[in-house]
Design a protein around this ligand. Sequence first.
Ligand code: SAH
Length: 256
Amino acid sequence: MKVYFVGAGPGDPELITVKGRRLLGEAGVVIYAGSLINPEILQYAAPGATCYDSASLTLEEVLTLMQQSITRGEMVVRLHTGDPSLYGAIQEQMDALARLGIPFEVVPGVSSFAAAAAAVEREFTLPGVSQTLILTRRGGRTPVPAQESLPELSRHRASLCLFLSSQSLATATAELAGGYGVETPAAVVYKASWPEKKVVRGTLGDIASLAQAAGIERTALLLVGDFLAGGYERSRLYDPAFSHGYRGAKDNHGQG
Ligand code: SAH
């Protein structure tokens, strides 16, 4: 018997992995973060499964639940929004399970940053624009190391996705404007992949007020960078003149 940390995906119940869905159907106990998980995903749980919302539980209570379930011989699925490796607080759960000798496995999921890129129909890594994606957040109750402050990160002018920070959008965009400049394209994506999804587009200079006017306060991501608009170089990978291991160049008759 194991505890499975399963990425539930960004909201659309069809964006859980095939493996995650199977495990959810086999678990006797499901622990989910009610504040962010789309409850519709619980339709994949077995009819007899017991489902707990972790919102009102401490780490110790979650661990006790896991331990008791495993002792009873029941498999546990711990559902995390998006992908569990990002802002999921799973390290402390995994380390505690390891200390207790309880086996566990992590099943990745579709992160909200990927769902946000899908919502704006843009690619983060455009040739000639940026080949780097920064996933970050502003310091709040959980501090951010000084060398990762937004003014510091903005100096790279890489594609950037900011989590957890919609209530401080005005401050965040002002801090990012230092390196990027106020004219840099920006977008706020609220509830990517949910039916009530909203996309607001603008620049670093106006996106905070546009998002506020749209009534967006939480469950949103800020995307920043020139990848959101404008030109780029076409991909070498699909260029007929460029050969690689799986395809010869067209101008040498496929012999390359
Ligand atoms: N592990 C999750 C992130 C958890 S932190 C992941 O991989 O996506 C929670 C934050 O993620 C929210 O405050 C919000 O900033 C963002 N988020 C989660 N789901 C979202 C969605 N569907 N659309 C936009 N932002 C989302």
